[in-house]
Design a binder for this molecule. Structure first.
Ligand SMILES: [Zn+2]
Length: 259
């Protein structure tokens, strides 16, 4: 059976579900619980009562009643989960942050980039859905700034783990999206010219490189930015991928919770 374990993540099989965990975040397993789910878990459902949430929470020994799911709409909006916050309270939200314990921050993905944030000094977390629209709108930067403002986080302390996502090998775009990346990041090194198809110039974009550079500009240390290195399209046999499956695609979940 395929195993995605590498220098950044381990591939776990437990209680009938499979998920990835970052080695870096496991160093803090007395403080936080996290995972990135693999097939057949599919959290396309928007309710915490979805059987898939129950299965994954069971495997992580979490109470699914504490699941908080935002209504992701490819914004750069990041909201704070408070003690009495409920799932369903977060419309047009693509990032959640909290310093409350036992709040299970969730996000769903099918190629978009997942960012896990952890501040081991202030003991605060973030779970960010950074699709290409959110990436060019710099939702990762918004989240870091919000954690700084709300929790007193020092970016030098922050850890950011980058989950499986569509990568430069498969993220093919045309001039419109390429220009948005250039406007946002002004960095030609993230763009590789591809073929001309039906008269249209194609490009391959390295979103992870763009996000990594942005996080460093925010003050994160290089050694605290951990990339899973896994492409959702290349690994579509075990990961949901919109580019591979279009409207039939399910959703991978990222989950992080303070103990
Ligand atoms: Zn790929």
């Amino acid at each position: 059976m395929k195993d995605l374990t590498n220098e950044s993540v381990i591939h776990v099989r437990k209680d009938g579900v499979q998920f990835l965990q970052f080695r870096k975040l496991l160093e803090y397993s007395d403080k936080i619980i996290h995972c990135y789910t693999l097939k057949p878990i599919d959290i396309k459902g928007k309710s915490k009562d979805d059987e898939n949430y129950k299965m994954i929470c069971n495997a992580l020994e979490l109470d699914y009643n504490n699941v908080v799911i935002p209504f992701q709409t490819h914004t750069n909006n990041v909201d704070i989960v408070l003690k009495d916050s409920e799932s369903g309270e977060f419309p047009e939200t693509d990032g959640l942050i909290t310093n409350e314990k036992n709040k299970i921050l969730c996000a769903s993905f099918a190629d978009c980039t997942s960012l896990y944030l952890y501040d081991p000094v202030k003991n605060a977390i973030g779970n960010i859905h950074s699709g290409w629209r959110g990436t060019v709108a710099k939702i990762g930067k918004v989240a870091v700034e919000k954690m700084t403002k709300e929790f007193g986080s020092n970016p030098e302390d922050l850890i950011c783990c980058i989950g499986p996502t569509i990568r430069q090998c498969h993220f093919e775009v045309e001039d419109d999206v390429k220009n948005l990346y250039m406007d946002a990041f002004g960095d030609e090194s993230i763009i590789k010219k591809a073929d001309i198809v039906n008269g249209k110039q194609k490009y391959f974009i390295d979103s992870v490189a763009a996000i990594t550079k942005m996080l460093k500009q925010c003050g994160l240390k290089s050694e605290n930015i951990i990339d899973s290195g896994i492409c959702t399209v290349c690994n579509n046999d075990v990961l949901h991928s919109y580019r591979s499956e279009w409207n039939l695609s399910g959703r991978n979940a990222s989950i992080i919770c303070l103990k």
